[in-house]
Design a protein. Sequence first.
Length: 202
Amino acid sequence: MLQQIISYIGTLDTSLIYVVLFFFSFVENIFPPSPSDFVVVFGATLISKSTLGFIPILLITSVGSAAGFIVMYFIGEFLGDKLVRSGRFKFIKKESLEKADQFFHKYGYNIILINRFLPGTRAVVSFFCGVHKLKPARTFVYAAVSSFFWNAVLIFLGVMLGRNLDLVDHYLSEYSKIILVVMALVIIFVLIRFWLKKKKTK
């Protein structure tokens, strides 16, 4: 089943697949629940079955991630003073902001470099890089480097997956059978328990 799906996607226009990969890489920095890592891995499985290439996917997803990161950076820079530094939120103390400023100016670029390896924090990191006004050009480059190495790992995993689709399909099929058996046993157990309780109440 998985092999059939990937084979079908592989018949789609190559440029369209690249656009989809760029979009998901870009949007995850703005909407963190976006399943971009999964999409990159899934897209990389097509390398052995289509005209998609390792390097083009790596460059497109890395630039997309860095572009999304810098967009969120500018949102943080624009809204930082209005939200974080406005004094509207009483729990955000001036002293805490000053410490955060010092921390980001000292370690901010290092955080960007490891940012891609910390899923769930990417949008937050990019936003606060803007709040603390790190240099945008340097921020973009560091975000691109981080994305490059992270996406290289994901694409490699996708290639390995694509080369072993028969094996993966087999295990998924067996897994589905096991789940169906377990669900059937659970339903039978619940029905028997319900019948016994009903019998006792009579």
